[in-house]
Design a binder for this molecule. Structure first.
Ligand code: NAD
Length: 324
């Protein structure tokens, strides 16, 4: 059991609530800071009775909220942000305020409170228009969306804070994370939960493009493992840098949908006959994404436990049990 205190911003969201869950089970004291912009009360409801859990309802755009939240904290796992490329294209100002100004507020607050390490959600979108595959951490292209700019700026600020103030930071470039509690609803829902919900309702999923675009879909438990490794590493070479956070394999959208159909058919055989619709490609989408995870393996000892298909089976099971 640990005596350390972790602040998880965005702890009511998909990734943040899984981090809260895991670290509470490990005996840490967990503080969740969230304004419920895209997160949900039901994601944190099971933790509220835990003596080691504290919920702060507040906005990272307000510096005084950040300052209050970091008081007495050992580690920050900063997840709060407005995700989604299309959302940032529609409203770049709000995405920038939350993802850049909010991030900077958190960095300054963490620096002043003397936290041991600041670990933050970076993004594979930072690879932008770079076509090289697999993606290695130090070869990036130009950002393709306002969201990608915000996530890249996070990395730039973290590096400057490490150099200028001697803060320890680690950025985790998440690649298409999926799994339990990812929100299937709303205009900016991610593709896997959206398709699962549609198929559970016997609706046809619409793939943007011919379905040959591919992604390094990453199961949530691999992401939790990376956060833990980043938090606990004692290797001085492993800090003040960024890591791809992925499984290290790619799956086309067509393959993903066919697997989804197979897994959902176990519960309802008629789902196997639902036709798939193809629409136009989406602005800002990159054709292929595949991470090299060599750096995380070498410096952090990362060994992802869930390949895509294994994680997808777990996720489908969770959606069927909880949202059907
Ligand atoms: P999510 O929307 O489920 O979680 C984000 C959380 O941040 C929500 O609970 C939301 O209410 C909270 N939040 C938003 N604005 C806030 C504000 N102003 N103040 C306080 N809290 C605020 O999204 P997620 O998928 O869990 O993403 C978590 C992080 O990982 C984000 O930083 C996102 O950019 C990053 N990321 C996610 C993926 C992915 O595939 N899910 C990929 C790359 C990067």
């Amino acid at each position: 059991m640990s005596t350390s205190t972790i602040l998880i911003t965005g702890g009511a969201g998909f990734i943040g609530s899984n981090l809260c869950d895991y670290f509470l089970q490990k005996g840490y004291t967990v503080i969740c800071l969230d304004n419920f912009a895209t997160g949900h009360r039901h994601n944190v409801a099971p933790f509220l009775s835990n003596f080691n859990f504290k919920l702060i309802e507040g906005d990272i755009r307000d510096y005084s909220v950040c300052k209050h939240a970091v008081d007495g904290v050992d580690f920050v796992l900063h997840q709060a942000a407005l995700g989604s490329v299309p959302r940032s294209i529609k409203d770049p100002i709000t995405s920038n305020e939350v993802n850049v100004s909010g991030f900077l507020n958190m960095l300054v607050a963490a620096r002043d409170a003397g936290v041991k390490r600041f670990i933050y959600a970076a993004s594979s979108s930072t690879y932008g228009d770079s076509e090289s595959l697999p993606k290695v951490e130090d070869v990036i292209g130009k950002p393709l969306s306002p969201y990608a700019i915000t996530k890249y700026v996070n990395e730039l600020y973290a590096e400057i804070f490490s150099r200028t103030y001697g803060m320890e930071t680690i950025g985790l470039r998440y690649f298409n994370v999926f799994g339990r509690r990812q929100d299937p609803n709303g205009a900016y829902a991610a593709v896997i939960p959206k398709f699962v919900m549609q198929m559970m309702k016997h609706e046809s999923p619409v793939i943007n493009g011919d379905g040959l675009y591919s992604r390094d879909f990453t199961y949530i438990d691999n992401v939790v493992q990376m956060n833990e490794l980043a938090m606990l590493t004692t290797n001085p070479e492993a800090v003040n840098t960024v890591y791809n956070t992925a499984y290290g394999d790619r799956t086309t959208l067509n393959q993903m949908v066919h697997l989804l159909k197979d897994y959902l058919s176990v519960y309802d055989s008629s789902i196997g006959t639902i036709p798939i619709i193809h629409g136009p490609n989406r602005v800002g989408d990159i054709p292929h994404s595949l991470a090299s995870i060599d750096k995380a393996k070498r410096l952090l000892g990362y060994a992802p436990k869930y390949a895509f298909a294994d994680g997808l089976k777990e996720a489908v099971n969770w959606y069927w049990q909880n949202l059907k």
